[in-house]
Ligand binder design. Structure first.
Ligand code: GLU
Length: 450
């Protein structure tokens, strides 16, 4: 027993809650899928540190089916870029079923890459490379997302290949509109193979976590796609991932997600978690009934809804005050009066643009008086991205223009190398290792030589 078992307990509890649900039907139009066990139910969660948790049948194998679509889309985007991929497949929710004949009237493009028509085109766009044919590239990409070598369930592949006339018909139709760049039979065959790649719920959670983690697999540490591609895929999952249930899902659950007819379902909490469920019985939109219920509940409990803005209750600024109230304040009246004019702001954590805005606002609050001074204590700051640095530098140069002296407590050079800071702020910003030294320095400077 360990402390983190508490996370597993939460999943087990959810699992227990929905295991008894008997609604939904297994997909039977791919005959092999009709043989899956309707009682199988697995849940998995993977954190951005690559910690994995699961409950129930999380290592039972099943085929990806449509859950493969976002990952093939990622590979197409990584190979060809958004503009080229966008010429062939759109990014609008179709509001229609997964196998609908959903082609834009003017361009003939499929509405998006999450429905069959768009996914067949996406797969067809992935070129053979010198090292590997297209399907091998797709399999390798899926494996890198999962963090292990995946394979094809040949029985499911053969079963869909033998019965998949609707998808073949779709491919011919798309070809007739001029928006399928390759032979329809070959395109659909590769698509069927991609759908028949075998995974388990834990793999799916790792795959979702890789998208949530900006394209880096949090378990293996491997970069699979760029942060831009990961964001593009999540955006299309958010608007189109749940077929004709996409709007309702985004409204209620608030996460990019993708379902598949074998009963797999993924959802990604950007920068937070990858979630996955497996349970074969499906609702009318082709989504796992238990999966939908469990991931919906999980999103609510963990407050993952995207529109709830997880960044809000941050605590970047830990202190906004004036130096006279600090324990180190001098007792003499004259010194005290000087210290009253020294604002002190302390910040902590990783600074991005949002956090930097808080810091600058706090600098103003700490003593808006002209000719005063301010000490910015960055000892507890763990890092600052380039946007945060640019904003901090320009804020500090404005302070100087306003006649407010500044000093920083920045032994770790979080503000960047002194040369850069000089160039950006137009001043030699004094830096100190302790807050007391910084306060003393600006107080003395204000007091002037006389
Ligand atoms: N291979 C399935 C099909 O094309 C995938 C559909 C799905 O999972 O929604 O019909």
């Amino acid at each position: 027993m360990s402390a983190s078992e508490a996370v597993t307990d939460a999943l087990r509890e959810l699992h227990g809650r929905f295991a008894g649900v008997r609604d939904g039907q297994r997909a039977t139009y791919i005959p092999e899928l009709a043989g899956s066990d309707p009682d199988d139910f697995g849940l998995a969660l993977v954190s951005m540190d690559g910690h994995s948790y699961s409950a129930g049948a999380a290592d039972t194998p099943f085929t990806l089916q449509s859950v493969s679509k976002p990952f093939a889309y990622a590979l197409a985007l990584a190979s060809l870029g958004l503009d080229e991929v966008g010429r062939w497949v759109g990014a609008e929710p179709s509001g229609e079923a997964f196998n609908a004949i959903s082609l834009e009237p003017d361009t003939g493009r499929p509405a998006n890459a999450m429905i069959n028509a768009g996914a067949i085109v996406t797969t067809a766009l992935i070129p053979d490379s010198r090292e590997a044919p297209a399907f091998q590239r797709i399999l390798t990409c899926l494996s890198r997302f999962a963090g292990r070598k995946l394979d094809v369930d040949e029985a499911v592949y053969a079963s869909e290949a033998a019965t998949g006339d609707r998808n073949r018909a779709l491919a011919y139709l798309i070809r007739s509109t001029g928006t399928l760049p390759v032979d329809p039979v070959a395109a659909v065959d590769t698509y069927f193979r991609q759908c028949a790649v075998r995974v388990n719920a834990l793999d799916l959670a790792v795959m979702a976590a890789t998208l949530a983690h900006g394209g880096v697999n949090p378990v293996t540490g491997e970069r699979v796609v760029s942060p831009e591609v990961a964001a593009q895929v999540l955006a299309v999952m958010a608007t189109c991932g749940m077929y004709n249930g996409s709007g309702d899902w985004l409204l209620r659950v608030g996460l990019p997600a993708k379902s598949g007819v074998s009963g797999g379902l993924i959802a990604a909490g950007p920068a937070r978690f990858g979630l996955a469920a497996y349970s074969p019985p499906l609702d009318a939109t082709g989504t796992s009934v238990r999966g939908r219920a469990a991931l919906g509940e999980l999103s609510e409990r963990l407050e993952l809804h995207l529109m709830r803005n997880p960044a809000l209750p941050g605590s970047t600024v830990t202190l906004v005050t004036t130096a006279d109230v600090l324990p180190s304040a001098p007792s003499g009246r004259r010194e005290r009066a000087l210290h009253e004019r020294v604002g002190v702001v302390a910040a902590q954590g990783a600074l991005d643009f949002t956090a930097a805005e808080r810091v600058l606002y706090a600098l103003d609050e700490s003593g808006p008086e002209r000719n005063g001074a301010v000490v910015l204590d960055l000892r507890e700051v763990t890092g600052a991205d380039s946007l945060a640095l640019a904003l901090l530098h320009s804020g500090l140069s404005r302070l100087a223009r306003d006649g407010r002296r500044a000093a920083v407590v920045d032994p770790g050079d979080r503000l960047g190398p002194p040369d850069l800071v000089r160039e950006r702020t137009g001043q030699d910003l004094p830096r100190f290792a302790s807050r007391e030294e910084a306060v003393e320095h600006v107080a003395q400077a204000m007091a002037g030589p006389g």
